[in-house]
Ligand binder design. Structure first.
Ligand SMILES: N[C@@H](CCC(=O)N[C@@H](CS)C(=O)NCC(=O)O)C(=O)O
Length: 320
């Protein structure tokens, strides 16, 4: 490169090269609509566990593959802990691959060392994304389900004869309509909403996502001013689903995903709500703050190309 190239040309060249590469990498990381909005792919494995299916509930037969930083996988760990299924359903951990952002098995097994190897052992020509959580059947050596919203319903309902808390029903029939309504709005605006902010590829897509996110946080804040949980005074799957995003919010979404208007600790009721769930038995053990921060900042390369991990975020408000 000529030594006397004017600085502005270098900047122009850098900007053009980086933007082109960024768009290519973002297309791989985050499928988008033509107007730059993030589109989350559908989960491919949707089998159920019940007495009439190929997959009856049994102690010691099923395993969850989870990454500790992943909010969708975290849902399954929460329900496993709340129901007392630790000795019934085992857990295998995945770690983000430093090379391509996929997942590696923390303990490589006979299927290989990548999560994709596990998916391909279940379906040899599998070409979708290899996501966590995975509900795996050790007996037939296959994937039962890889959709967290369904796995948590299965864990809530199907393993009661083995659970230490069988009486806890996180999806009671009388509340289903209200719980499903919360699930819909929370999924769109908050759970997936933070990703729609972070993975937006145009200013307009980001502006829309961020305003929907904070509108829904404000609505939830008001609701939680006179309700302990989303559905009155009972903890449900809707709370499980909201909690896993809120607990990551100040740590990563606020800065990395540009969800920067406010933090959860700035909301009186939302922060009280997160605190109270965090202190339920078995929950704090599922929240690994340093792994959450490290994984997000180090594996989403197009969002943090310098690979600098921010200093610890103060989460002491949880113990107030
Ligand atoms: N619909 C899935 C989404 C799971 C998901 O997106 N997991 C992320 C980690 S937070 C993942 O594994 N991503 C890897 C990829 O997309 O290649 C669920 O809720 O279970």
């Amino acid at each position: 490169m000529p030594r006397n190239l004017p600085a502005s040309s270098i900047i122009q060249l850098g900007r053009f090269t980086w933007t082109t590469l960024w768009q290519m990498m973002m297309a791989q990381l985050a499928p988008r609509s033509t107007d730059g909005k993030y589109l989350r792919p559908e989960s491919a494995f949707r089998q159920v566990i019940n007495a009439d299916s190929r997959y009856p509930a049994q102690a010691g037969r099923y395993r969850l593959f989870v990454g500790m930083s992943c909010p969708w996988a975290h849902r399954t760990l929460l329900v496993r802990a709340l129901k007392g299924l630790e000795s019934v359903i085992s857990v295998s951990f995945t770690l983000p691959s430093p090379e391509n952002g996929g997942w590696l098995l923390a303990t490589p097994d006979r299927h290989g060392h990548r999560l994709m190897d596990l998916y391909r052992s279940a379906v040899p020509n599998y070409s979708g994304r290899a996501t966590v959580p995975v509900l795996w059947d050790d007996e037939t050596q296959t994937i039962v389900n890889n959709e967290s919203a369904e796995i948590i319903k299965l864990l809530n309902a199907e393993f009661n004869s083995f659970a230490t808390n069988p009486e806890l029903d996180l999806y009671p029939i009388v509340g289903r309509e209200a719980i499903d309504r919360w699930n819909d709005v929370i999924y769109h605006s908050i759970n997936n909403g933070v990703y729609r902010c972070g993975f937006a590829q145009t200013q307009t897509a980001y502006d829309q996502a961020v305003s929907e996110l904070f509108d829904q946080l404000d609505t939830s804040e008001i609701h939680l001013g006179c309700n302990e949980f989303l559905w009155g005074d009972r903890l449900t799957l809707a709370d499980v689903r909201l909690f896993t995003t809120l607990i990551r919010f100040d740590l990563v979404y606020h800065s990395l995903f540009k969800c920067s208007r406010r933090r959860i600790r700035d909301y009186a009721n939302l922060s009280r709500y997160v605190q109270s769930i965090y202190h339920l038995p078995g929950i704090a053990e599922t929240c690994d703050f340093s792994t959450i921060q490290h994984d997000y900042f180090s594996s989403l390369f197009p969002l943090n190309p310098g690979n600098i991990i921010p200093t610890d975020v103060d989460m002491s408000w949880l113990s107030r």
